[in-house]
Write a protein that binds this ligand. Structure first.
Ligand SMILES: [Zn+2]
Length: 241
């Protein structure tokens, strides 16, 4: 009897610690209830994304963002939630909370961040990590306009179903940044489960263009993959030039 109980509890522990719970964008409000380790999605007080109201941002003399990215090899992954470009030794970015290595970037449609209540067509989230494991994200808002030449290789290699494709050439993320790196800064979270907090967010103020066809090619795979905006709960958004 004891033996059976032991085996049963081992099975339940291993299934709990195994594959993460399934989640999707049709039930964003329920993420926090899907698994114990997703509960920050529900009870976190510093969640992302947010609506940035430009009339209430705080002008701050924060240090400018400095990037030192380089051409890097990578793969374009469809992970079931987005298209993510994993890069190897892609360089670093300095933001007010320190220097971080670029790990990957991925897209959402529409942009998760709102500016004065309005979304952009898409956003690219450039995810960085430091040696202590802390995360910093630089968000590049993407609006419909002329074709984005820098993203051509990425958009030509997006797997339509879960899987990955190698990028045909080294990719330099500098090329998808706007010339002006002025930004809004705040402390937030991952915008997907487990919604972990203490993420340093920098949303660039200047959007970058991509074509209607490029937006459509992403939306053919992911029609909508944006979490709704979350309450500020007293957080201040700072603006830096
Ligand atoms: Zn994201």
């Amino acid at each position: 009897m004891k033996k059976i109980f032991l085996i049963a509890s081992m099975i339940s522990i291993s299934s709990f610690a195994g594959a993460a719970a399934h989640w999707d964008y049709s039930e964003v409000a329920k993420w926090g209830d899907l698994a114990e380790d997703f509960k920050t999605c529900k009870i976190g007080q510093n969640q992302s994304p947010i609506d940035i109201k430009t009339s209430s941002v705080e002008k701050a003399s924060l240090s400018p963002i400095k990037t030192s990215y380089n051409a890097a090899s990578g793969e374009v992954v469809n992970n079931g939630h987005t298209i993510q470009i994993n890069l190897k030794d892609a360089g670093t970015a300095s933001v007010p909370s320190g220097s971080f290595s670029l790990v990957q970037f991925h897209f959402h449609t529409p942009s998760e961040e709102k500016i004065n209540g309005a979304n952009y067509a898409m956003v690219a989230h450039l995810v960085h990590k430091n040696d202590a494991g802390n995360l910093a994200v630089i968000a590049v808002l993407l609006k419909e306009g002329k074709e984005n030449a820098a993203l051509k290789d990425v958009f030509a290699n997006m797997p339509e179903t879960e899987g990955s494709k190698a990028l045909p050439a080294a990719f330099d993320v500098t090329k998808i940044l706007p010339a002006n790196l002025g930004y809004y800064a705040f402390t937030g979270s991952l915008t997907t489960p487990p919604c972990s907090e203490s993420v340093a967010w920098q949303v660039l103020k200047t959007p970058v263009e991509l074509s209607k066809g490029q937006i459509a090619s992403f939306q053919k795979i992911f029609k909508m993959n944006a979490r709704s905006v979350q309450p500020l709960n007293g957080r201040k958004v700072q603006e830096a030039n």
